[in-house]
Ligand binder design. Structure first.
Ligand code: CAA
Length: 459
């Protein structure tokens, strides 16, 4: 049975901070943000929004667009790493808001949970719901998987230049118009790590930035190795001599904590794959320097990062590698269009992979590419840490969904924040009624109770 993504919708907050303003206020070179990280703007939530409101707004959008009623929805999962309750699941808040539109009890038989594993949990939720459909449990109903996050880092930290916020919702069913997932090839890697985590009661994460970058690439590479074995043993793909698994993915979507992380991760995977091919000799000649090796190739991530000579040489090698004509071709054709939305919106944690997917669909379609039958590879990463690699194929009816995509129209008019406004919001100084944008047709927080029985009220 086919199962996959039938439609996709996004909800992006209408406030943003411009990278140039951010750099000026923090005394940074704006080129570091714009070219080094690929960040142009970062979406910021208003005083009357939280991740549950973002998620509910995205869900309402997709339900109204597809004229779905609550009885059509058998599962509603929310994946987030911005949870605000240790017990009550975020999907229950979302259902509470949706029932204000559809009536009390309308979602009575819709199951679901909130899932957590940093930025990768949405991919696990998609996989589980796809299998719920494949197992015949859905009985013709749809599942909604909504990934919603507020990426907020400490003031003045290195992560602060990679913030963002938003929600992406995916409608799953057994006749997906957009993408059918390849069965029996989803691969994972997992390891107990502390690259990025947010202990109880803390609003912002503890981050080991460069450690998390390297771990992301290692974990995705491990998951890709496992994916490769599965596609070969399941007979889905035959890899001919001189080819790599990446040749069989027409597009590659990577987790995007900032848009250039996608570039870095792709270069890492391509280097790893090409090293075994005859073409590598030619590429090394073109690069003109030897590929560096760490002093202790079997050492820990800490020891590799501490090997300053290796890190500097590797940085130089990667720079030259990514300038080669052969790598540029892979980058331009498989990844570049997925990065556009990320640089306009910023980090969406769980949602950033799927915002990238949506971005690539819209911008490839605009170029006139016929996407039918194209295989999309996904590289998902969550700190802590786990990676997931999987794939799917674009379906013949894709145009019904993609032709109306217009990211700029969907984001709508945005208000650029002054530095003072940004600081007020970051420090949670404003009450919901002091929000900067007044919205009538959206779910918003109307009140946050500050006592120990804090519930908040959303309408
Ligand atoms: N002009 C042009 N480019 C410049 C520059 C300048 N003046 N200054 C620096 N750059 C370039 C650097 O060369 C570097 O490019 P490469 O990646 O190609 O080497 C890039 O800009 C970033 O510079 P640094 O590496 O020096 O930046 P940093 O160390 O200050 O911060 C960061 C980068 C570590 C990612 C930091 O933003 C951070 O901690 N972010 C949060 C953690 C994160 O996003 N980790 C990603 C993996 S974990 C994950 O994915 C989970 C998740 O969603 C958070």
């Amino acid at each position: 049975m086919a199962a996959g993504i039938d439609d996709i919708a996004i909800y992006i907050p209408r406030l943003y901070i411009d990278a140039a303003d951010f750099a000026k206020a923090r005394g940074l070179d704006p080129v570091k943000l714009q070219k080094g990280l690929g960040v142009a703007q970062m979406a910021i939530v208003d005083a009357n929004q939280d991740p549950a409101c973002l998620a509910a707004n995205a869900c309402l959008k997709i339900m109204q667009k597809n004229k779905l009623s609550p009885e059509d929805i058998g599962r509603l999962y929310v994946s987030t790493e911005s949870a605000f309750d240790e017990s009550k699941a975020m999907n229950s808040y979302v259902i509470g808001m949706l029932e204000q539109v559809y009536g009390q009890g309308a979602f009575e038989h819709c199951g679901g949970v909130e899932t957590k594993f940093a930025c990768v949990s949405g991919s696990y939720a998609l996989y589980d719901n796809t299998n719920w459909i494949r197992a015949g449990e859905a009985e013709g109903k749809h599942a909604l998987v909504v990934v919603s996050d507020i990426a907020k880092y400490d003031m003045g930290s290195s992560g602060e230049m990679t913030q963002g916020a938003g929600a992406v919702v995916m409608l799953l069913n057994d006749k997906p118009r957009l993408l059918a997932f390849d069965p029996k090839v989803t691969a994972t890697s997992i390891k107990d790590e502390y690259d990025f985590y947010r202990p109880f009661g803390k609003e912002t994460p503890i981050v080991h930035g460069q450690y998390s970058n390297l771990l992301y690439m290692i974990q995705v590479r491990k998951a890709l190795e496992s994916y490769k074995k599965k596609v070969i043993s399941s007979g889905l793909i035959k890899i001919e001599p001189g080819e790599t698994i990446l040749d069989h993915m027409d597009y590659i979507n990577m987790h995007l904590p900032y848009s250039n992380m996608g570039k870095k991760a792709l270069a890492y995977l391509v280097r790893h794959e090409w090293r075994q091919l005859p073409r590598w000799k030619r590429i090394l000649q073109e690069i003109g320097i030897e590929e560096p090796r760490p002093k202790d190739p079997r050492g820990t991530i800490e020891s590799v990062l501490a090997d300053e000579e290796f890190m500097a040489k590797d940085h130089e090698f990667t720079k030259l590698f990514t300038k080669t004509h052969e790598y540029q071709e892979v980058y331009e054709s498989k990844l570049s269009s997925s990065l556009i939305a990320s640089s306009m919106i910023g980090n969406l944690y769980t949602a950033s992979l799927y915002l990238g997917f949506r971005s690539s669909l819209e911008y490839e379609f605009q170029k006139g590419v016929d996407l039918e039958g194209k295989r999309i590879g996904f590289g998902s990463y969550g700190s802590g840490s786990s990676a997931m690699v999987f794939s799917g194929v674009i379906q013949p009816e894709f145009k019904e969904i993609v032709r109306d995509m217009n990211l700029e129209a969907e984001i709508g008019d945005r208000k650029k924040l002054t530095w003072e406004e940004y600081e007020e919001l970051h420090e949670n100084k404003l009450l919901p009624e002091e929000s900067m944008v007044h919205s009538k047709k959206e779910f918003v927080l109307v009140n946050v109770k500050t006592d120990t029985e804090s519930r908040g009220e959303r309408r």
